[in-house]
Design a protein around this ligand. Structure first.
Ligand code: 5GP
Length: 114
């Protein structure tokens, strides 16, 4: 099966500004940032979206959430706050069919989102 864009980045086949990686996931700066800090956190496993996650992914999803918090702290966002977003499906604006969490911070983020 054709690799997703984010699998290619995770495998080092497409360059990216990587801020963190381990055996289960990779985090890199978004190519079109919408906030002063905008990092994408992706599992190495090519789950198409949050809707595609299954029971056996529970530990991986927990690891991703804890890792997102650690990355946000590393980026200096812990004190002021930040947002972790998983756009899921077309109505939510998902454009890359590989589960990813946006870690956004460095400015005031409005609510509700557009
Ligand atoms: P989505 O819209 O699916 O929630 O988020 C996909 C994100 O991937 C977008 O914010 C977009 O800017 C980012 N993106 C798309 N292509 C690339 C790429 O080649 N490299 C990096 N670093 N980010 C990308």
């Amino acid at each position: 099966m054709e690799k997703t864009l984010f699998e290619k980045i995770a495998d080092g086949e497409i360059p990216a500004d990587i801020v963190y990686q381990d055996a289960q996931c990779v985090a890199f700066r978004d190519i079109a940032p919408v906030a002063p800090q905008h990092v994408l956190l992706v599992p190495r496993k090519p789950i198409p979206s949050l809707s595609g996650a299954v029971g056996e992914d529970a530990e991986l999803l927990g690891h991703l959430m804890l890792t997102a918090a650690q990355i946000a702290e590393h980026l200096g966002l812990k004190e002021q706050g930040y947002r972790v977003v998983a756009n899921t499906g077309s109505a939510a604006g998902q454009t890359v069919p590989h589960l990813h969490f946006h870690i956004l911070g460095g400015r005031t983020l409005e609510w509700p989102p557009g």
